[in-house]
Design a protein around this ligand. Structure first.
Ligand code: SAM
Length: 300
């Protein structure tokens, strides 16, 4: 079949080309991160279901791809998915894309993929960029086990409640966050997860202003608070796992006290003060004070 031949040139290995839904990743900022197979697939299918057709049209035009598009977004997802699954069952080749990155990963598409799978239609991934995975891969935090938490709730109380649930997980946490809420989210990280956990703020990945801020939650939050440029663009926040249970662990309350003391005092004096106040060992508080200030390796 001509269709298979064209896509095969790009390295595809399609065994059954009839009625397949391809789930295709697109760039998250750098146009060059558009795989050969993604482009070939999008050029050859009968239609592309896109979150925002105007946005995707610009990307496709750049590559001379003129495949018809249908919109698939949160408001029409149920109805449109039924129509598209019927077309796939009738033998159409279709593709699903999001505005950026991998469809379904905090983007529409779940309803369509679920319906296609339920109808026995073949669903095939054309993998590529994903901001969460890109951030995790450069974070320097353990990536063997992680929890993708998506976006936190917009309202403060709900956000802190969600963080409380996540605070105990013994795996790396990955969040998406909007620029206008990044300061609030970091402030809540300090309160709920504690200021000492290691974290990485991954900003504008694959773009001109790509920046990785590494440190404790406290040092990253302070940097973002004092530098408005660090609040611009798109963000993934990667946070170290809950520390293993430790009988000698410093309670979160004492950690917060130490963090406040450090705003006024050098680490040694802050540790002595909190030790006098809480009865906790001064040397452990001093080690924690150094970590909070980013002067010593963080625990993981
Ligand atoms: N489906 C996309 C993916 O695979 O990454 C994610 C879509 S979600 C609606 C958009 C969020 O992803 C942004 O608010 C930001 O948190 C994150 N994001 C997307 N592109 C990014 C980039 N280039 N750098 C950092 N974060 C990014």
């Amino acid at each position: 079949m001509e269709w298979i031949a064209a896509v095969s040139e790009a390295g595809l290995n399609v065994s059954n080309a009839a009625g397949t839904l391809f789930v295709v990743a697109t760039p998250i900022g750098n146009l060059a991160d558009f795989t050969l197979r993604a482009r070939a697939t999008l050029a050859e299918v009968d239609w592309i279901a896109a979150e925002d057709t105007r946005h995707t049209r610009k990307l496709l035009a750049h590559y001379g791809i003129h495949t018809p598009m249908v919109s698939l977004h949160r408001h029409n997802e149920e109805r449109r998915s039924q129509e598209l699954v019927q077309r796939l069952r009738d033998g159409d080749q279709g593709a699903l894309v999001a505005d950026a990155g991998t469809p379904l990963i905090r983007d529409p598409g779940y309803v369509l993929v679920r319906a296609a799978a339920a109808a026995g239609v073949q669903v095939s991934p054309v993998p590529g960029p994903c901001a969460a995975i890109a951030a995790l891969s450069v974070s320097g935090l353990p990536a063997d086990r992680f929890f993708f938490a998506g976006f936190l709730p917009a309202k403060g109380a709900a956000r802190r409640a969600r963080l409380q649930e996540l605070a105990v997980l013994p795996v790396t946490l990955v969040f998406y966050e909007a620029a206008h809420r990044v300061c609030e989210a970091l402030a809540d990280f300090e309160v709920v997860l504690g200021p000492a956990r290691p974290m990485v703020l991954a900003r504008e990945l694959t773009k001109r202003h790509e920046t990785l801020l590494r440190g404790s939650i406290a040092t990253v939050a302070a940097r973002v608070r004092r530098d408005p440029e660090q609040r611009l663009g798109e963000f993934v926040l990667v946070v170290g796992a809950a520390p293993p249970p430790d009988a000698e662990a410093i309670p979160a309350e004492a950690e917060r006290l130490l963090h406040m003391a450090l705003a006024e005092l050098p680490p040694r004096r802050a540790a002595s003060l909190v030790s006098a106040f809480t009865g906790l060992p001064r040397n452990r508080l001093y080690a924690l004070a150094l970590r909070l200030q980013g002067q010593a390796p963080d625990h993981d």
